[in-house]
Design a protein around this ligand. Structure first.
Ligand code: 9MJ
Length: 766
C-alpha cells in the first residue's frame, strides 16, 4: 500500500507540477483502484495522505471557521499604464532605490483563493480566504482536487508550511460541467469562477470530487523550519519542486517596459488560454525589499493587480422583452445572439429603462456592442446599424405586456434638504397590481418565501400554476387551498398534495415581523419589518401609525414611513390585511419598545412635522413651550420671546394656520399619546426592564435541537430581545447550536457572552 501510494504521488507530481506524465490516465486509474481495493480490505492500514481520498467523504453539516497562521493578503488594483508607473514610483521613492527593480509578472487567475496547510509535509488543512484572517475549513473538498499535493514531494519537508494559490476551473472543464448539467436538466453555472466557488462550497465532498477543479500556487504564507529563498520567484520554483502546479506564464521583468510588454502579450493570448484571467499581478521579487515596503491595511505595498479593461464584443439584438417585477416595475431585457465574452456566453443584456432605449435608438436586428465588466450584468454600450433597412424601432410599452393595464412613470420620493420631494423617476410601473399575473406571481412567491410565511413546497413554479389555473388571486386564497386543488396541478400526487396543505396550515402561526415582511410593502425588507414589530409590538398600531410616528423607529425615515403608511391606507391592501388576520395566528409582543417612550420628545416631534425652516436647533428652542396648546395660545405669542429669525416665525405660524397641517399635527400628537410615546406619557424605567432579557441584542447560530430557530426567535422577540443576523460589538449574547459557523468565532473574538441551548433552557425556567 505504501509503494502504491508513493507511485501515485509521483505520477501526480509528473502530471500536475511538471505537466509531463509518464503513464496514461488509464494506468493511473488502475493503480488507484488497486490501492482502493487494498484499503477496502484493510481499512485500518489506510495512509493519512492516501491518494484515494480524492473521491470524497461523507457530507459535513457546515464549514468550521479556521484562522490562517499568516493573514491572506488582498491586492490593490491598477487600471492603466499610468497607475502602474505610480506603483513603481512609490516603491522607488520609499526605498530610495535607483537600480534595477525586479518584478515578477503573474497571470491573475479569476478563481477562488485558497490556503493549504502542510504539517510535516502532509496536507493538513485547506481553507478559503474568508476575511483574510479567518476562512472556512474546506479540507475534505480540497483533498479531492488532484492538482493539490496530499504530500510534499520531499523527504525533508518543513514542519509547518502554508501554501497560497488559486483554485479554478478550466474553460473546457466548465463546458463539460455545464453539458452534464444541461443533460440532467440542472441549472447551468454562469461562469467558471462561480462554478469553482460553488464546487468548493459543497458540504458533500463527493460532489466536489466530480468537478474538474485545478490549482495554481502563487506563494507561501506562514512556515516553520524552512529557510525561505531570497526571492519570490525562487519560492515558486521550490513550490513546483514540492509538487505544486505553477503557472507556466510567470516571468521576471527587470523594467517597467518589460512589465508593459508582458501585459500586451498576455492580453493578446488571453482568449486562447484554457482558464479565465482578469489581469496581471506584479510582485517585487526580492523579499528583503518586500519587507522594507510593508503593508497599507491588508494590501502589500510590494504587489499590485493590473486589471484588464472591461471586454466589449459585437453581436446582434434579437428581441427586447419587458419583464414585470413584484412591484410592477417594467424592466427591458435585450435578447442577444449569444456571444462569448470574457469566459462566458452572453445572451441577455440589461437595458435599464426607457431613457436608455431612447438613448441607444435601438431597432430589432441591430448590431450592438456589449460590454461585460467583472461579474456585473452585461450591458449594451452602443448600436452599430449595419445597413439602412433596419428593423422595427423598440418602443417602451404604454400597456403592461402581461395584463394590459396602463404603464406609468414611477414617482420617486426623495429627501432634499430635509424636505420630501416627489419627482418623476426613470422607471415605469404597471398599475395593474394583483390583477397583473406577473405581479401576483412575484408577490405570492415573496409571500410564501422562507423569510416570510415559509410555506415549504410552494415555490415559484407551483405559484405560477395556481395563478394560471385561477386557484389563487391573492395571498388570502392560499389559505383556502384544498388537497384536491393541488391534485389538479402537474407534479402533485396524493402525498405531496397532503404535504402542501399541511405546510400551509403550519405556516399560519407567524410572528409579526415575518407577517409584515410577507406583505411586500415597498421599501420594507426584513430589517425594517423587524424594527417595526419590535418598536410598536402590534399590527393594529402599525396599521394606523402616522408617518411622523413611524419616524421615531430606528432606521425609518421620511421615505420609508410614507411607503408604510400609504400601503395601509390603501383600501385594497387594508381589506387584504383584514382577511389575512382571520386566516393566521399572529404572534405579537403587544409591547411598545420602552426606548421609544424615551426618545419621543417635543422637539423631535416638531422636527418630524417638517415645518419649513425648522431645524433641530430651532425645534429645541420652540420645544421650551412645553405643549402645543401653549404654542397656539394668543396668536403664537410664545414665539416672539424666542428671538427666532423673522422668516422662521412666519413659516411656523403659516404652517399651523393651514388646517391640514394643523389637523395632522394634532393627530400625530394624539397618536403619540395613545401609543404611550408622548413626552408627557409615563416613562417606563428602561434601566430595570421587565424581562431580564429586554433590550438585549442576540444572534442565533448553528442547529438547535429542542426548538426550531424560528421558535426561539419568536420567544426572544416576545421577551423584548432584538434578534439580528450578524455578530458585532452591539451583540449581547450569541446562542449556539450544533455546528456553529464563523459567528461563534467572531463572538469569541469580541468577547461576547455565548449561551448553549441547555443554558438558555435553564435561563427560561427561572
Ligand atoms: C491570482 N489570483 O492569480 C495573487 N494571484 O498574491 C496571484 N493572486 C496574490 N497572486 C498576493 N497570481 C495576494 C494575492
Amino acid at each position: 500500500m505504501e509503494r502504491l501510494a508513493r507511485e501515485l504521488h509521483h505520477h501526480n507530481y509528473r502530471y500536475y507540477a511538471l505537466d509531463d506524465p509518464e503513464i496514461t490516465d488509464q494506468e493511473y486509474d488502475r493503480l488507484l483502484r488497486d490501492l482502493q481495493d487494498l484499503e477496502d480490505r484493510y481499512p485500518h492500514l489506510q495512509l493519512a495522505d492516501s491518494p484515494t481520498q480524492r473521491i470524497g467523504v461523507a457530507p459535513l453539516s457546515a464549514f468550521e471557521p479556521v484562522e490562517h497562521l499568516q493573514p491572506m493578503l488582498s491586492l490593490d488594483n491598477a487600471f492603466s499604464d499610468d497607475e502602474l508607473h505610480d506603483f513603481e514610483r512609490r516603491i522607488r521613492d520609499r526605498l530610495q532605490w535607483q537600480g534595477d527593480l525586479e518584478l515578477v509578472c503573474e497571470p491573475k487567475l479569476d478563481g477562488v483563493a485558497i490556503s493549504l496547510l502542510y504539517r510535516d509535509g502532509v496536507l493538513d488543512q485547506g481553507a478559503t480566504r474568508g476575511d483574510g484572517r479567518t476562512g472556512e475549513n474546506i479540507t475534505a473538498n480540497v483533498r479531492t482536487i488532484r492538482a493539490v499535493p496530499l504530500r510534499l514531494n520531499t523527504d525533508q519537508p518543513p514542519p509547518v508550511l502554508e501554501v497560497r494559490g488559486e483554485i479554478y476551473l478550466s474553460r473546457s472543464g466548465f463546458e463539460r460541467l455545464n453539458e452534464d448539467a444541461r443533460s440532467r436538466g440542472d441549472k447551468l453555472f454562469v461562469n467558471p469562477r462561480n462554478a469553482a466557488a460553488g464546487s468548493l462550497r459543497q458540504l458533500d465532498s463527493r460532489i466536489t470530487a466530480s468537478r474538474p477543479l485545478a490549482l495554481f500556487a502563487y506563494g507561501a504564507g506562514y512556515s516553520e523550519g524552512w529557510t525561505m529563498p531570497d526571492t519570490h520567484f525562487q519560492v515558486l520554483e521550490q513550490l513546483r519542486e514540492w509538487g505544486f502546479p505553477i503557472n507556466p506564464l510567470v516571468e521576471v521583468a527587470i523594467s517597467l517596459d518589460q512589465c508593459f510588454d508582458y501585459y500586451r502579450r498576455l492580453e493578446a493570448r488571453r482568449d486562447g488560454l484554457d482558464y479565465d484571467i482578469d489581469g496581471i499581478v506584479y510582485k517585487v521579487n526580492s523579499f528583503s525589499l518586500q519587507q522594507r515596503l510593508g503593508f497599507v491595511a491588508r494590501a502589500p505595498r510590494w504587489a499590485i493587480a493590473r486589471k484588464f479593461p472591461a471586454q466589449e464584443v459585437a453581436t446582434r439584438l434579437l428581441d427586447v422583452e419587458f419583464q414585470v417585477g413584484r412591484t410592477g416595475a417594467v424592466t427591458p431585457v435585450a435578447r442577444l445572439e449569444p456571444v462569448f465574452v470574457g469566459g462566458v456566453t452572453v445572451s441577455n443584456a440589461t437595458l435599464h429603462n426607457r431613457d436608455e432605449i431612447d438613448r441607444l435608438g435601438l431597432r430589432l436586428g441591430d448590431g450592438v456592442i456589449v460590454r461585460r465588466a467583472g461579474d456585473v450584468i452585461p450591458q449594451i454600450v452602443r448600436v452599430v446599424p449595419s445597413d439602412d433597412k433596419r428593423g422595427e424601432r423598440i418602443v417602451f410599452p404604454e400597456h403592461c405586456p402581461v395584463c394590459g393595464s396602463d404603464v406609468k412613470r414611477i414617482i420617486v420620493r426623495k429627501l432634499v434638504k430635509g424636505k420630501l420631494i416627489e419627482t418623476e423617476g426613470v422607471g415605469y410601473r404597471c398599475v395593474g397590481r394583483l390583477v397583473c399575473s406577473a405581479q401576483l406571481i412575484a408577490s405570492l412567491t415573496h409571500f410564501v418565501s422562507r423569510e416570510a410565511f415559509d410555506i415549504v413546497g410552494l415555490g415559484e413554479k407551483v405559484i405560477e400554476q395556481l395563478v394560471h389555473r385561477n386557484l389563487v388571486d391573492g395571498p388570502v386564497a392560499i389559505f383556502n387551498l384544498t388537497k384536491s386543488d393541488f391534485l389538479s396541478l402537474e407534479g402533485f400526487a396524493d402525498k405531496s398534495s397532503q404535504n402542501a396543505v399541511e405546510s400551509i396550515n403550519s405556516s399560519r402561526t407567524i410572528t409579526l415581523d415575518k407577517f409584515l415582511y410577507a406583505l411586500g410593502i415597498p421599501e420594507v425588507g426584513r430589517e425594517t419589518a423587524r424594527n417595526l414589530a419590535q418598536g410598536l409590538g402590534k399590527l393594529s398600531r402599525i396599521r394606523i401609525a402616522y408617518p411622523e410616528v413611524l419616524e421615531f423607529l430606528p432606521d425609518i425615515g421620511m421615505v420609508v414611513s410614507r411607503e408604510i403608511s400609504n400601503f395601509f391606507r390603501d383600501s385594497h391592501n387594508s381589506k387584504v390585511v383584514d382577511e389575512l388576520i382571520e386566516e393566521v395566528d399572529l404572534v405579537e409582543t403587544g409591547k411598545l419598545d420602552p426606548s421609544l417612550a424615551q426618545i419621543a420628545t417635543i422637539d423631535e416631534y416638531l422636527t418630524k412635522l417638517a415645518i419649513p425652516g425648522v431645524t433641530k436647533g430651532i425645534a429645541k428652542k420652540i420645544a421650551q413651550v412645553g405643549s402645543l396648546d401653549e404654542l397656539f395660545k394668543k396668536d403664537f405669542q410664545f414665539l416672539d420671546g424666542l428671538s427666532l429669525p423673522e422668516k422662521v416665525t412666519r413659516e411656523v405660524i403659516d404652517f399651523f394656520m393651514n388646517s391640514e397641517n394643523f389637523d395632522n399635527a394634532i393627530g400625530v400628537e394624539r397618536q403619540l399619546r395613545d401609543f404611550g410615546m408622548h413626552w408627557s406619557s409615563h416613562k417606563p424605567d428602561v434601566d430595570s426592564p421587565k424581562s431580564s432579557l429586554e433590550g438585549q441584542t442576540w444572534v442565533v447560530t448553528g442547529t438547535l435541537e429542542a426548538f426550531s430557530r424560528d421558535q426561539v426567535k419568536s420567544y426572544l422577540v416576545e421577551a423584548g430581545v432584538k434578534v439580528t443576523d450578524s455578530v458585532s460589538s452591539k451583540t449581547d449574547v450569541v446562542l449556539v447550536g450544533a455546528n456553529p459557523g464563523s459567528k461563534l468565532a467572531k463572538a469569541k473574538k469580541l468577547g461576547i457572552r455565548i449561551l448553549t441551548e441547555d443554558e438558555l433552557l435553564k435561563l427560561l425556567e427561572v
